[in-house]
Design a protein around this ligand. Sequence first.
Ligand code: NAD
Ligand code: LMR
Length: 343
Amino acid sequence: LRLSFVHRAMKQQVWSSQHHLQCQASFKVAILGAAGGIGQPLSLLIKMSPLVSTLHLYDIANVKGVAADLSHCNTPSQVLDFTGTSELANSLKGVDVVVIPAGVPRKPGMTRDDLFNINANIVKTLVEAVADNCPGAFIHIISNPVNSTVPIAAEVLKQKGVYDPKKLFGVTTLDVVRANTFVAQKKNLKLIDVDVPVVGGHAGITILPLLSKTRPSVTFTDEEVNDLTVRIQNAGTEVVEAKAGAGSATLSMAYAAARFVESSLRALDGDGDVYECSFVQSDLIDDIPFFASRVKLGKKGVEALISSELQGLTEYEQKALEALKHELKASIEKGVKYAQKQA
Ligand code: NAD
Ligand code: LMR
């Protein structure tokens, strides 16, 4: 993606003003939690996409002002605001992609799992509404702990009889964005060229960058591999500590989520060459029902899980993969149990 949609959006504006808005925009996107730290910059980036015709902003408060502000940008999409549970259903009608960054963020000293008690119920309630109002939409879950909130969403959709595993995504794009940035910095590479797959989950040691699969091919010393892996795994905490109580990553997350939305829209639009890493239902690793890997996206969601990147791992990566299984499995089971208990 490489923010090409920003440039395309700008070019489109010049073109549109000359040709009376004959644009290609056609998809509806809803953001649930749109007034938050991630929600606001994410809404701005999505407002710049030429593939979006309508942007629905939903939150429990403060969304009217965000929508009024955003609606003055002269990009093609229309912005509509929805406040509170009474407007949730309407915010989802006819939507193609639903992005969920609703929920509380970490403070220093907390793990993502410490957010479970609050965010589990928020995600459950929102996904129930998605199931009732736009069951065919792609669902992008950002709310933490992703390793548990995605399984919660899957259970809720199953309970509603509308679960399509190909259309439910845990957003792990920020791990890839970070890995690309840190590797390019360390190895003095042109950022735009670097692509590091990140697999596993989205918390601590469950985040596993496959540095040996970096494109273009790069060699790392053992020390570089360890430093980079640990930095990528702790990058969220790095931001939480720097923000010192004012929340977690919002701007880089919005950038990453916008990239994942744009990739999804390109896939929905028929582009046959769209690949992203995402935490999805998976059979790549025995006994781990959800796993982040590179996936091929198509009109119907996940078209294929890319298993080749999990072959030929280094000893370091193989050990790290073994080490993450226990925690990842436990987080998935926690989410499944929670949703089943609530049913
Ligand atoms: P924030 O507190 O700034 O914003 C959250 C927003 O959610 C607020 O506007 C709030 O009103 C809204 N909200 C709360 N309950 C809601 C509900 N029931 N329905 C709709 N909206 C509701 O937090 P943030 O910094 O934007 O982070 C949001 C979530 O994203 C956190 O759980 C955080 O841990 C997670 N996160 C995930 C990643 C990732 O890589 N997946 C990265 C960064 C943050
Ligand atoms: C991140 O990776 O930045 C997010 O998951 C937020 C967090 O709590 O670290």
